[in-house]
Design a protein around this ligand. Structure first.
Ligand SMILES: [Zn+2]
Ligand SMILES: [Zn+2]
Length: 953
């Protein structure tokens, strides 16, 4: 075995050293052999005799000596100004040893050598003379380093002395092992181990403990354990050392086992070990073992030890036994509670998520008992507020922390930034960013990640990227924050680039990384790509979780791909993924979109089975789904069962009534809501105005429009203006509607002009219609609906030239009419009637029934509305065109398959035409049935020959 790596620190002991003669072989062997001799030379070393005949070394002047806390030089040494004079003095003292206290002399000499930078001589004096006083070992290293000495030299000199036969005792070995451990020098340590076995030191407990620590740090815990098992006398000190070593190496199971054995042999654990064991039990959530340690502490009277008590409190709170934690805290003598006891109990409250006022109480109580909160206290309190979602309180505490004179650390700024993100106080966020840079907290990975997150949420991707680039430490969360930013912005190229970069830098993407991409692609409507990412996840060996699947489902649903959403859901079911609240809500949205009542009912049952039907979000989504499916009573039923109705619940129910044209009901609900002291928001007023619009309640509409600004300070959005234009226009106040548009403070968009155009068609106002149409043709040149509306109007006034003109411009501009479709659900299957694609298989029977129905209702007074056909053809042909309308076919199919009294439900993707509206009313009268038809904008509810829309849509 060799001593290795001395090349970095060549041995520079020169012949001028007062100690050089110590080596009996030095002249024969001027080149130092760095190998430890197999057997040590049998020389006993006497005190050093300095070689006074050697030429003086260069007189280097050193800076004035530092005041040593430990060594006090003799007065006569104060005169010494060169290294040489020190050597001379040393020699003299050795020659005349009378009346000299060697310990003091050695200390003085050592310090003088240190002062003149002759570290080798200093070490030699230490080992050869001075080291008899063991207590000075640690102080020596400290002193040595304070003069700029490299501890490695101690090993070098030790090796040399050892190889020259200097005898060392077990204390010296212990000392050297400690240095080996600090320097992680495995080779020297191994040599020492070999040596002391030979010398028979193996039952020296201190040496064995040093050896255990050395192996644990420089090699492996297994080797350390082996030393422990090979030591004959396992004293208490050794037990404590080995358990501690296992704890340090995070060998929790081993440590617990050893601790058990230790108790069996009645070895006593130190309070320090108990503290570390308790911390491990907290980390491992090992409650049973933690309780045993609590018992041990009680049995051996360690509960009067504050550190032990604090660790018991932390252990219980980490194991979520807050009551136990509290009772330990309460049982502590008030005088025994120190700052960290209070911090332990406060952090226990934090984890428990207790009520916000508890923090104030406990902080006050703490101050009353004379202990001032420190930064850890404040950080715990802030974290508690973050976990509770009391974000204003986080910032209040942050201010208190600063006012109390503490410098916020990375924990404080991370909590503050989280609150800032939630509250949207980005200006304050930028200030904190400045503080982070000034205080060098940008090395902290958590602070940086939250900062990246803040800029992402504040829509400043560039800033986020800049913070990211300059972050000194990044973890997978930092990468995820930035990737999610790019992904949600739809910048998938950049997101994927980051993903690759991340992998190149050796950071493996986790499920969160992948889910960011799935979400981004799904939200952007790029379902194919989202599905591709799902496959990528699987191929990287990770299983997509409920978050991945829900992102996909809600992406499909939000982009109108409702059937895809339901398909993805079945697939997730096949892969045994348990849906969560968000999944169920997204699914209900997917059913509400196309009014898939049957599927919606299934999801309703499913949520009952999952036991989440009472959740406020699920209930709200159910109200939405049932009202959009035309089941207002069921929606109201769900609504009335909600105990604590939130604003979104009320809004949702009001909107349900509004789309069905029950304006009065909307207003009643609004009054009830205000009685409950719930403050309306912008959506409430959209619901109110929609209700008024669909029921022709002009005065009420004005009242609410004024009230939202005056009473609630809500600035109307384009949606509110649109409702008002619609309301005024449909009620026949076309000029008022037109004036209203002119005075609007925001630029009218296509929805506003579209609302005006629709009203102009109802009231046949060609002049205003042309104004609106002109705007619309500019804003949406490719939207066929606008052309169709105008053509309808022209044809109803027999202005066929204008109809032809529009048809030509549609051809020139390549405006294509999208396929028109209607569908109805019979039993479990959906029957689609479309202007494109395959005809329905039962088409013959349907037309037979339609002709029968038409002649039947003619007897009741029905006359075909030929104005609905904007083709210049004869009336017979026009009647045939009218009969082919998809909503008629869907309604008739519903009548054919109708069972019992359940209503016929039809969904159409464009506005229902006047003639079909009239036919629907007559059918409801002739066949005594209800027809619910949801068209592009609203619901029509036909019953007893009337429609709930009062023919105004
Ligand atoms: Zn029609
Ligand atoms: Zn109607």
């Amino acid at each position: 075995m060799t001593f290795c790596n001395f090349s970095k620190h060549p041995i520079f002991m020169d012949n001028l050293s007062p100690l050089h003669h110590l080596n009996p072989y030095s002249h024969q062997n001027p080149k130092r052999n760095h190998m430890l001799p197999k057997s040590l030379p049998p020389s006993s070393i006497s005190l050093p005799i300095p070689d006074t005949h050697s030429p003086p070394s260069s007189p280097i002047q050193f800076s004035p000596p530092k005041v040593s806390p430990f060594f006090h030089p003799f007065d006569e040494f104060n005169e010494l100004t060169t290294l040489n004079s020190v050597k001379e003095m040393h020699a003299q003292m050795v020659k005349n040893p009378k009346n000299v206290n060697f310990t003091t002399i050695d200390g003085t000499m050592m310090r003088n050598y240190l002062e003149f930078g002759d570290f080798v001589s200093a070490i030699k004096v230490f080992f050869v003379g001075f080291a008899r006083n063991y207590l000075l070992y640690n102080s020596f290293v400290e002193e040595f380093e304070s003069f700029g000495g490299d501890p490695f030299e101690i090993l070098v000199v030790f090796n040399e002395l050892h190889s020259k036969g200097v005898e060392f005792d077990s204390k010296a070995f212990t000392f050297i092992l400690k240095i080996c451990m600090a320097l992680k020098d495995l080779c020297v340590g191994l040599e020492i181990h070999a040596c002391f076995i030979k010398k028979g030191f193996h039952d020296d407990v201190h040496l064995n403990c040093a050896l255990i620590n050395f192996y644990e740090k420089c090699w492996s815990i297994d080797k350390a354990n082996q030393v422990f098992y090979e030591t004959p006398n396992q004293e208490d000190f050794l037990w404590n050392t080995i358990v501690m070593a296992n704890l340090r190496s995070e060998k929790w199971k081993n440590a617990l086992e050893l601790f058990g054995n230790m108790q069996r042999v009645s070895a006593k654990a130190t309070p320090g070990l108990i503290v570390k064991m308790l911390q491990a039990c907290g980390k491992l959530r090992a409650l049973d073992e933690g309780k045993q340690l609590h018992g041990y502490a009680l049995r051996f009277g360690l509960v009067s030890n504050t550190r032990v008590c604090n660790s018991i409190i932390s252990m219980y709170s980490r194991n979520k036994r807050f009551k136990l934690a509290k009772s330990v805290f309460d049982s502590m003598e008030v005088c025994n509670r120190n700052l960290s006891s209070w911090n332990s109990i406060i952090s226990s409250y934090t984890v428990d998520g207790c009520l916000s006022d508890a923090f104030d109480i406990i902080v006050k109580e703490m101050e009353c008992s004379g202990i001032k909160p420190d930064i850890i206290t404040w950080n715990s309190v802030m974290l508690g507020y973050v976990l509770q979602g009391s974000f204003e309180m986080v910032l209040t505490s942050f201010r208190s922390l600063c006012n109390a004179g503490f410098k916020p650390d990375s924990c404080s700024v991370t909590s503050a930034l989280k609150a800032i993100i939630e509250l949207g106080f980005f200006k304050l966020g930028k200030e904190i960013h400045g503080y982070i840079m000034k205080s060098n907290l940008n090395c902290d990975v958590y602070a940086c990640t939250t900062l990246v997150d803040m800029y992402v949420k504040n829509d400043c991707l560039e800033k986020a990227h800049a913070v990211f680039r300059h972050a000194k430490n990044k973890n997978v969360c930092t990468w995820n924050s930035l990737i999610s930013g790019y992904s949600y912005k739809g910048l998938f190229g950049d997101a994927e680039k980051l993903l690759n970069q991340m992998e190149e830098e050796g950071i493996k993407p986790d499920l969160v990384t992948w889910n960011c991409l799935v979400s981004g692609y799904s939200m952007g409507g790029r379902i194919e790509e989202a599905l591709a990412v799902m496959n990528q996840i699987k191929s990287s060996g990770i299983t997509p979780d409920v978050v991945s699947w829900t992102a996909l489902i809600s992406g499909c649903s939000q982009n109108g791909k409702y059937t895809d959403a339901l398909k993805v859901f079945s697939q997730s079911q096949a892969e045994n993924v348990k849906p969560n609240l968000t999944t169920i809500c997204s699914l209900l949205c997917a059913c509400a979109g196309p009014s898939l009542l049957k599927k919606g009912e299934e999801i309703h049952c499913f949520s009952m089975k999952l036991g989440i039907v009472d959740d406020i979000y699920v209930a709200t989504a159910l109200i939405d789904m049932y009202s959009k499916a035309g089941k207002l009573e069921v929606a109201h039923n769900v609504f009335s069962k909600i105990q604590e109705k939130t604003l979104p619940c009320w809004n949702c129910m009001m909107m349900g009534y509004a789309i069905h044209g029950h304006g009065e009901e909307v207003m009643i609900l609004y009054d009830k809501m205000r009685d409950k002291r719930i403050r309306p928001d912008a959506i409430t007023f959209t619901a109110l105005l929609s209700g008024c619009k669909n029921s022709g309640l002009v005065d009420e509409g004005w009242k609410y429009f004024d009230s939202m600004q005056e009473d609630y300070n809500i600035i109307p959005t384009i949606e509110h203006y649109c409702c008002m234009v619609d309301l005024l226009g449909k009620a026949g106040f076309l000029d008022e509607a037109s004036d209203f548009i002119k005075t609007m403070p925001i630029k009218p968009d296509a929805s506003i002009w579209g609302a005006l155009l629709t009203s102009c068609r109802i009231h046949k106002n060609i002049k205003l219609a042309e104004v609106a149409a002109e705007k619309l043709f500019k804003m949406e040149p490719k939207n066929s609906a606008n052309y169709v509306l105008m053509m309808n109007l022209y044809s109803s006034l027999n202005q066929w030239d204008d109809v032809e003109r529009l048809k030509r411009s549609m051809i020139t501009l390549a405006v294509k009419s999208p396929p028109v479709w209607s569908w109805t659900q019979v039993n479990q299957s959906i029957h689609v009637f479309s202007t494109y694609g395959k005809p329905h298989p039962e088409e013959g029977e349907i037309y037979f029934e339609l002709y029968r129905l038409i002649s039947e209702i003619r007897n009741l007074g029905y006359v075909a509305d030929l104005n609905c056909v904007c083709q210049n053809i004869d009336d017979n042909e026009k009647e045939k065109v009218l009969l082919s309308h998809t909503e008629k076919l869907a309604m008739v199919y519903g009548v054919m398959k109708m069972k019992g009294g359940s209503p016929i439900r039809v969904v159409k993707n464009t506005r229902i035409c006047r003639d079909c509206h009239t036919v629907a009313k007559y059918i409801s009268l002739a066949r005594n049935c209800e027809i619910l038809l949801r068209d592009y904008g609203r619901f029509h509810h036909f019953k007893d020959g009337k429609c709930a829309c009062n023919d105004c849509w």
